[in-house]
Write a protein that binds this ligand. Structure first.
Ligand code: TPP
Ligand code: MG
Length: 294
């Protein structure tokens, strides 16, 4: 049994997250380019989805009946690749090729070359529309797979997102679930006040997202995106509504950008970046487990 296989059944989610977070910061350091804050904020949500909820088979990544997942915030690709590797889609050692010209693991997800990637993303704002198309296709074909999409909170400033927020309930897409990684930061953010150029405010801090989504006809769940019990409960709730309600679900997951590593946590400055050897040592200790240090 490979390491990845042994991790699937019953592995503690917290341990998987720590391992995947280490892959993120270590891989980006060795490739010398990549994103950190977004992959780390999304990690607990991704790990819970891939290890406890999605109906998928890493040995059959093109199964037409599989659940779909679209990482619309495609700059967080290394987070997705780390989870796909742990889940068994490709060897963990392949992560070392991240962002190399001839790698299957490009800086942004490419559905044509990477097993387990259901949609190519990176140009922010597009993934929810693709997901709605997949969910609609499932309805038309009489298939019961579930399509999940993750967006960033900066990303939802893109108008195209809202076209689908408006239309998905009209199409009765209860087989579509949107996860908003509400980490309160984007790449830079807006100045909080005129002249205050270095105070980076929340991308959607002035919007009551719960009210807005409810108003557009969505089932809204608001959770702590680092609390596995809350995440799993929300996922189960969203899954249970499939085929029964005609109403899509949005999970507004409050997260912290850069979660898990002391010096990347809560700052836009680690939206992307390359850790120095000294910083990697700190991250290694931050992400140490009962098994010992990474
Ligand atoms: C259409 C488009 N505009 C700009 C960018 C550059 N860009 C990449 S990530 C990012 C910030 C995204 O912030 P958010 O959605 O909050 O992501 P997270 O905080 O999860 O990293 C920007 C502006 C892009 N990839 N696509
Ligand atoms: Mg954000």
């Amino acid at each position: 049994m490979s390491v990845a296989e042994s991790l699937v059944e019953g592995a503690p989610l917290a341990e998987l997250s720590r391992r995947a977070r280490w892959h993120v910061i270590n891989t980006v350091a060795s490739s010398k380019a990549g994103h950190i804050g977004g992959p780390l904020s999304a990690m607990d949500l991704l790990v819970a989805l891939y290890f406890r909820r999605l109906r998928i088979d890493p040995a059959a990544p093109d199964d037409p009946d599989r659940d779909r997942f679209i990482l619309s915030k495609g700059h967080s690709a290394i987070g997705l690749y780390s989870v796909l590797a742990l889940r068994g889609y490709f060897p963990e050692t392949e992560l070392a090729t991240f962002d190399h010209g001839d790698s299957r693991l490009q800086g942004h997800p490419d559905m044509l070359i990477t097993p387990g990637v259901d949609s190519s993303t990176g140009s922010l704002g597009q993934g929810l529309s693709s997901g709605a198309g997949m969910a609609l296709a499932a309805k038309r074909l009489g298939k019961d797979f579930h399509t999940w999409v993750m967006v960033g909170d900066g990303e939802i400033e893109e108008g195209m997102v809202w076209e689908t927020v408006i239309s998905a309930p009209r199409f009765g897409l209860d087989n579509l679930t949107l996860i908003v990684d509400l980490n309160g930061l984007q790449q830079y953010g807006w100045p909080a006040a005129p002249g205050d150029r270095f105070d980076r405010s929340e991308p959607m801090g002035h919007v009551d997202l719960q009210k807005v989504f409810t108003g557009f006809g969505w089932n809204v769940l608001t959770i702590d995106g680092h609390d596995f019990d809350a995440i799993l409960t929300a996922y189960a709730d969203a899954d249970a509504r499939r085929g029964a309600t005609g109403v899509p679900t949005v999970i507004i997951a409050k997260t912290t950008k850069g979660e898990g590593v002391s010096f990347t946590r809560g700052t836009y400055k680690w939206h992307n970046g390359v850790a120095t050897p000294e910083q990697l040592e700190i991250a290694r200790r931050d992400l140490a487990t009962a098994e010992g240090e990474r």
